[in-house]
Design a protein around this ligand. Structure first.
Ligand SMILES: Cc1cc2nc3c(=O)[nH]c(=O)nc-3n(C[C@H](O)[C@H](O)[C@H](O)COP(=O)(O)OP(=O)(O)OC[C@H]3O[C@@H](n4cnc5c(N)ncnc54)[C@H](O)[C@@H]3O)c2cc1C
Length: 404
């Protein structure tokens, strides 16, 4: 088979890129080892993504936002609570979207709904071929193209191959791209909860020594209130919580939420995800570009991962469209170099920022605890500083994808 762009991995990032290119009538093939041929094959789970305004704009450009929006919850207030000092009151700061002239910072979206909608979109677009189940086995650079061997026996030849195949990216390995990796020794427990009090569209991140505990608003259903939970703990503690029965787990949640949401009931069973930080030393190789978790994996603190990934997607799609307009070879070194240049600063600042933030927040060192509490208090009392923090913390840095 022959195409212009071969995308390895049918996760949210790979599929969004495929849809954006499809909208621009650029032929592309997506390869995905799981059988995702029908949207229903994507199981419901407890993962949601808090996607900020620029990411929503990217989903709009991919033409899936209109249908998706009604199933998402707007995030109007971001609350941070330092809950780390025993015997002292927690310190709280609220960031309101209206303070920076916005209705909301973004929306909380169930991952499976987003992925299902993207699959529907790929199946209705004449410029997209979705090969599933099919996995990447090998890559070989040829004159003017790159050829991929797949485990279903097919070969695909393309101008450029995009690695969107997640944290254990085979594309990255085949391209001999090294990574720098840190194991945080933390795991994230995710689950969905029902609660008796409304969330008022406030997303709350409690900073605790084991890691952050975050409650993210979801859409009300039949008058009942729901939120998604991302609860980070040192891995042995997370394992202990995962072994609790339903009522024990609900009690632990009740305590962690400090009753802010009223009575808690589990709406979807907890799942646990090991956390690490990983950054690829390069994001390009001959006729190859990496995006999303193939290029960077980070802690869920601050909900930055997929937001950063979607900015990779926007930047790569714009670079490829531009190259087509200029009559360039899409997989040629100057085009790849332009993509890398566009993404370098945003990736590095966001990755190292989140890494440092996670280390400062997830510890029990008295000195850092003092700085954290003092930092939040002064941020709350100096409006200009708070305004800057909101703008800087929630917007992409420097040369982000301009679709946003
Ligand atoms: C607990 C938790 C909460 C999070 N919350 C947020 C949040 O609120 N906001 C946010 O922005 N981010 C969040 N993130 C980050 C976000 O979930 C991830 O960045 C995102 O899901 C990764 O998407 P991806 O498409 O890069 O990778 P994946 O979803 O891993 O997709 C990779 C795809 O590649 C396929 N693949 C693998 N090997 C091959 C192969 N050999 N050939 C072909 N295909 C292959 C896989 O089957 C998979 O479908 C969170 C992360 C965690 C752990």
């Amino acid at each position: 088979m022959k195409t212009k762009v071969l995308i390895i991995g049918g996760g949210i990032a790979g599929l969004t890129l495929s849809c954006l290119l499809g909208e621009m009538k650029i032929p592309n093939i997506v390869v995905e080892p799981k059988d995702l041929t029908k949207p229903q094959n994507i199981p419901e789970n407890s993962r949601t993504a808090a996607l900020m305004g620029p990411s929503v704009n990217i989903l709009k450009a991919a033409q899936i936002w209109e249908e998706l929006e009604s199933q998402t919850a707007p995030l109007k207030t971001m609350r941070i609570i330092d809950d780390s000092a025993p015997n002292r009151d927690p310190v709280q700061i609220d960031f309101h979207a209206h303070e920076i002239g916005k209705d909301s910072f973004g929306h909380n979206i169930p991952n499976h709904l987003l992925q299902r909608m993207l699959i529907e979109k790929t199946s209705s677009c004449p410029h997209i071929t979705f090969l599933s189940p099919a996995g990447l086995l090998g890559l070989e650079e040829k004159a003017g193209s790159i050829e991929a061997t797949l485990d279903n026996g097919e070969t695909v030849s393309a101008a450029i191959c995009v690695g969107a195949d997640g944290r254990n990216s085979k594309t990255r390995t085949l391209a001999n791209i090294e990574v720098s990796e840190t194991d945080y020794g933390q795991s994230a427990i995710t689950c969905l909860i029902g609660h008796s009090k409304p969330h008022h569209n406030v997303s709350t991140e409690h900073h605790r020594p084991g890691g952050p505990f975050t409650m993210v608003p979801m859409l009300d259903r039949n008058g009942a209130h729901y939120s998604s939970i991302v609860w980070v703990e040192k891995t042995p503690d997370a394992e202990k919580f995962m072994r609790l029965d339903k009522s024990g787990f609900e009690q632990a949640l009740q305590q962690r939420t400090r009753n802010a949401l009223g009575k808690i009931t589990l709406a979807r069973s907890p799942e646990s995800w090991p956390l690490k930080a990983l950054i690829a030393k390069e994001i390009i190789a001959p006729r190859i570009a990496l995006i999303a978790e193939a290029a960077h994996v980070m802690s869920p603190i601050g909900a930055q991962g997929l937001n950063l990934s979607l900015r990779d997607v926007a930047a790569l799609s714009e670079t490829l469209v531009e190259s087509l307009r200029l009559g360039e070879d899409m997989g040629s070194p100057p085009v790849l170099a332009r993509y890398a240049k566009r993404r370098r600063a945003d990736m590095a600042t966001r990755f190292h920022g989140v890494d440092r933030y996670n280390k400062i927040v997830s510890n029990n060192i008295e000195f850092l605890r003092g700085i954290r509490r003092a930092g939040l208090t002064s941020l709350d009392s100096i409006p200009a500083l708070k305004h800057m923090a909101m703008k800087h913390g929630l917007s992409p840095s420097l040369d982000e994808g301009r679709l946003t």
